[in-house]
Write a protein that binds this ligand. Sequence first.
Ligand SMILES: [Mg+2]
Length: 271
Amino acid sequence: MDYTKLKNCELFLFDMDGTLYLGDEVYEGARELMFDFPRMGKRYIYLTNNSSRAGEDYIHRLRRLGFPCERENVFTSGMATGLYLNQHHPGASVYLAGTRAFHRELLSYDIRLVNDELGHTESELVDVVVQGFDTELVYEKLERACHFLRRGAVFIAANPDWVCPMPADEVLPDCGSICALLTASSGREPTFIGKPNRNMVDVISAMTGVPNEKICCVGDRLYTDIAVAQNAGAVSVLVLSGETTPEMAAAAERQPDYTLPSVKELHELIR
Ligand SMILES: [Mg+2]
């Protein structure tokens, strides 16, 4: 195996759940790898499709788990959604079906939200409906989102994940599953902002000045973590520490550039 392309990468984008840890269980070698980046002369960003928490929440969570993390080391699908709205729908009125944390995140991008953080709104028409991984979902939000979508609002979703992995083989219904409900009831399909939309890598490349081909995406999920790298022309590393089994990896239509048991082996290759 030729690892030149991997060793030449300057910036590493890490998925978190199933890649660095699961729940509160940190994988062996994960912290050591992250603390070694300054010495290796490379940079890193924690990249998550989870739109239920704000970037600030991730800084606290990662530090509590013993990882190094500054503001510039975190990028979420919620942050990408804020940037996307400002770029493609400047000044638009937005109905958000998401958590209070996502609500705060979008306000920090000066998005014109027409609802309060619990989803209540007086508006009868809006320009855009944004759906997130809403762990605070109530029926009123679905009813409002369906109402606006049937009247022509643009449909944007933070991330396409069907489920969010949890310890002990549990999963939570994620944004993709909630969107499937809205699609069934409104006939409308969303534009997904998070991985595998190459926009996630393109925005980071623009922010850091590192070209896509010198960016490496590391993750445990083929249809998001690996697909985003392939869509953006970045390097991909699949780790088998999360949801992808060796059988699933072997059956993948588009193979990742590299497949490794875990981030510990990645560290050994790039150190
Ligand atoms: Mg994952």
